[in-house]
Design a protein around this ligand. Sequence first.
Ligand SMILES: Cc1ncc(COP(=O)(O)O)c(C=O)c1O
Length: 414
Amino acid sequence: MLNSLEPSATMTDEELESYRDRFAAHLSQTVPGRKELVVSAADACTLRSADGRVYLDMTSGIAVANVGHSRPEVVEAVQRQMSRYAHVNVYGRFVIPEQVEMAERLSRAAGGELSTAYLTSSGAESTECALKLARKYTGRPKFVAMERAYHGRTFGALSVSWREQWRAPFEPLLPEVEFVPFDDLEAAAAAIDERTAAVIVEPIQGEGGIRVPSDGFLPGLRELCDRSGALLICDEVQGGMGRAGAWFSHQLWGVQPDIVTCAKAVGGGLPLGAVLARPEVFQTFLEPALSHLTTMGGNPVACAAGIAAFDVIEREGLVDRSARVGEYLRERLESVRGQFPDLLTDIRGRGLWCAFELSVPAQQVADAMQERGVLVGSVLNSEGTIRVTPPLVITPAEIDVFIGVLRTVLGRLA
Ligand SMILES: Cc1ncc(COP(=O)(O)O)c(C=O)c1O
């Protein structure tokens, strides 16, 4: 717990400044500007800075800490696994029981036919694997992706991610990628053809601003894929592990994808991701053997953490809790919108995966909230949007704290 932290976890002003300077000097930054908050510890829904301040974390490290920070069961599992072995060989030479346990849990959560997992270390790596798998399995060249989509920053993932300003400097990317407006079945129908290997979609768009499609969209995409022989890839990197009030967000519409990608919360805070598909689809990576490889994917310590986190979600019913408490969060946000209709103009989301739209710069509001001890974030592909993705263990009382701070900040801007 935070209140049992060693006093040494706080730093002197000189130490704080030194870390800020050395961070700026030695860590490659893609987000400009000097960083003020020096992290000291995190526990459940709170984060403590090294100057002794306590923050309510409404970001979960961007949808990673679904079971809360420093969850004791995860900490213990990591310590136990680390003392046995951390890394041996993952290229199919040995059976790693932790990988088996992790893969079984993921395919159980996915239900249906997706009984096989390829374990990775990150979301982008899961996207790369899924794209290669779809190409190889179908023998087709083309991908259909969505406007506002985000699937990661590696070359393949970037090729199917929407925002032009981040794609253009790195071209040429993968050829034959067609973007269609999210939630537009007519446009999708015009783009999906017999050259299409796969349609890749976040069932609810994360970086696009937590955009929930109309009910016919995902089932409609499934139908279009079935008709053309293209695979349906659902990116559940952000929307998986209970975030949207279902294990995976596509389950909200009862759709069965051909491939599911996940990462973020899968490792309980450690780097772990997975691609799920039918065994016969993965068979294609055996012809020739070693068609896809990773050294660290499915690292046993990350798997041990992931198993512990998965079991916490299951045991504590956090998937249903996400749906329930998410409703409360949106209700409370609606009351703020009632008070400041000109400032807070839209609220979207499912479960504890929520966003609201501001008529003032989102970063200004996020910074003012941080000043008052609440961490919220922006998103990559939607201006003016604030993302709210707290740990799924957040209490209504903590949500009330967040709402109180939001009211204060908007009140000052009004
Ligand atoms: C939907 C989605 N896919 C893929 C990624 C990439 O994941 P990573 O940052 O682990 O590479 C993200 C990251 O935010 C994401 O939100």
